[in-house]
Write a protein that binds this ligand. Structure first.
Ligand SMILES: C[S@@+](CC[C@H](N)C(=O)[O-])C[C@H]1O[C@@H](n2cnc3c(N)ncnc32)[C@H](O)[C@@H]1O
Length: 404
């Protein structure tokens, strides 16, 4: 006979928060208290309690016909990280874009307290309907829920002290600047050069300056289509993703992977659990041709293209040549840690030089693996002479400048 009593939602919630605190993800006492209080399971009624309180699980609540996630309750560890970046104070006015289940809206209401005001918006009326109901039943009915395109923000309660996106953005539309107070914070999962980082910006009069930049992944925002995609081989097994401001032409690169390859190794290595995503971030600050390469299983098995992470790795493109980021296993002496060396594979007339340059970026990253870039964002009309120094990445509404 099984006599085990299933764990209560309260016990599972406490365990989730304890784990986030123990692993160092939760460092703010205020965010910790909010996460201990808000009943996440009530916002994801179709998930099991174990799923609702898994610290590393996003609970998908709506899918497109092709199976792609349209809405979800974000991964709790990412929710905690972003709320800490947002640094909400009692009494503040907060706008969230991407209401989803309403869970984060409830956490924000907890953080702003009785004197604060929280508005959360979502583009999908079915989603806002559910979020409003869940907020009502959990005692957070005072959160204002609206159905609208988040690119427009929500003027009704502007200016905001804090603005948070819980959906992946490619651009920074004017409404977000206009509706944020000077000194206010904008936390946004921002995508550039094929990778996404949660950037905590502070508004300084006419521009935004980053204070913290963290790795994350999010469903993309509806209506921001600044990324292009093309395939590199006739079989369509290898795709390239690049930004609107980049002079990358897949027709010029067609068949490049069939040309002889140049392998270059950096001398930098990682252990099994070490992250190397910072290489990509560093490349975006120095190499204008940085983009994303994605190889399907056939491409990897046949050796056509073997990026470090097949579905998402950085590549460097210039004209008719490219190099991409790769890894190889190093021999380990008995009883020592198994490590992999980071390197690059180049193809095309200047593929070798590009692979050399990519390896230079790996070595710069290796020199200081936790270094963070400074990112400034300026309105698109800002002349080049008025931008801060660094690598300029032009979006449609904004100009980003990235420096290490
Ligand atoms: C990851 S979910 C948000 C999770 C939510 N914060 C929570 O606590 O459950 C992303 C949401 O963004 C919404 N979304 C996508 N594009 C949008 C847009 N242009 N404007 C507003 N919301 C959008 C989706 O409908 C989806 O519900």
């Amino acid at each position: 006979m099984n006599t085990t009593t299933p764990a209560s939602p309260e016990a599972l919630r406490a365990a989730m928060v304890d784990q986030l605190a123990a692993e160092g993800t939760l460092t703010s006492g205020r965010v910790e208290r909010a996460m201990r209080e808000v009943p996440r399971h009530a916002f994801v009624p179709n998930a099991s309690l174990d799923q609702a309180y898994d610290p590393d699980l996003a609970v998908i609540t709506k899918r497109a016909q092709d199976g792609a996630a349209l809405s979800c309750a974000s991964v709790p560890s990412v929710v905690a990280m972003m709320l800490q970046q947002l640094d909400v104070r009692p009494g503040q006015r907060v706008l969230e874009i991407g209401a989803g289940t309403g869970y984060n809206g409830a956490l924000l209401a907890h953080l702003t307290g009785d004197e604060g005001r929280v508005t959360t918006v979502d583009i999908d009326p079915e989603v806002t309907d559910q979020a409003a109901k869940a907020l009502q039943t959990t005692g957070y009915g005072h959160v204002h829920v609206a159905t609208r395109d988040g690119a427009l923000g929500d003027e009704d309660d502007a200016p905001y002290d804090r603005l948070i996106l819980t959906v992946g953005a490619w651009d920074l539309p004017p409404a977000w600047w206009d509706q944020l107070s000077v000194g206010g914070r904008l936390v946004v999962p921002l995508r550039w050069r094929g990778q996404t980082r949660s950037v905590a910006f502070v508004r300084e009069s006419d521009h935004l300056r980053s204070e913290d930049v963290e790795l994350c992944g999010f469903v993309p925002m509806v209506g921001q289509d600044g990324e292009h995609q093309g395939t590199l081989d006739p079989g369509g097994h290898v795709a390239l993703h690049w930004d609107a401001d980049q002079a990358i032409d897949p027709a010029t690169l067609s068949g490049v992977l069939g040309q002889p390859k140049a392998e270059v190794w950096s001398g930098a290595s990682v252990g099994l659990y070490d992250s190397f995503d910072g290489v990509w971030l560093r490349m975006t600050a120095t190499e204008p041709g940085t983009c994303r390469i994605a190889a399907d299983p056939t491409a990897v098995q046949t050796g056509l293209c073997t990026p470090a992470i097949p579905t998402r790795s950085p590549a460097l493109v210039e004209g008719d040549s490219l190099a991409y980021f790769t890894v190889r296993r190093l021999e380990a002496a008995e009883g020592t840690e198994r490590r992999s060396e980071l390197g690059a594979i180049g193809h095309g007339p200047t593929g070798h030089q590009l692979a050399d340059r990519l390896c230079e970026q790996i070595r710069s990253w290796d020199h200081d693996r936790t270094a963070q870039p400074t990112i400034t964002a300026h309105p698109f009309r800002t002349p080049a002479a008025e931008l801060t120094a660094g690598q300029v990445i032009d979006k449609i509404a904004a100009r980003l400048v990235i420096t290490f």
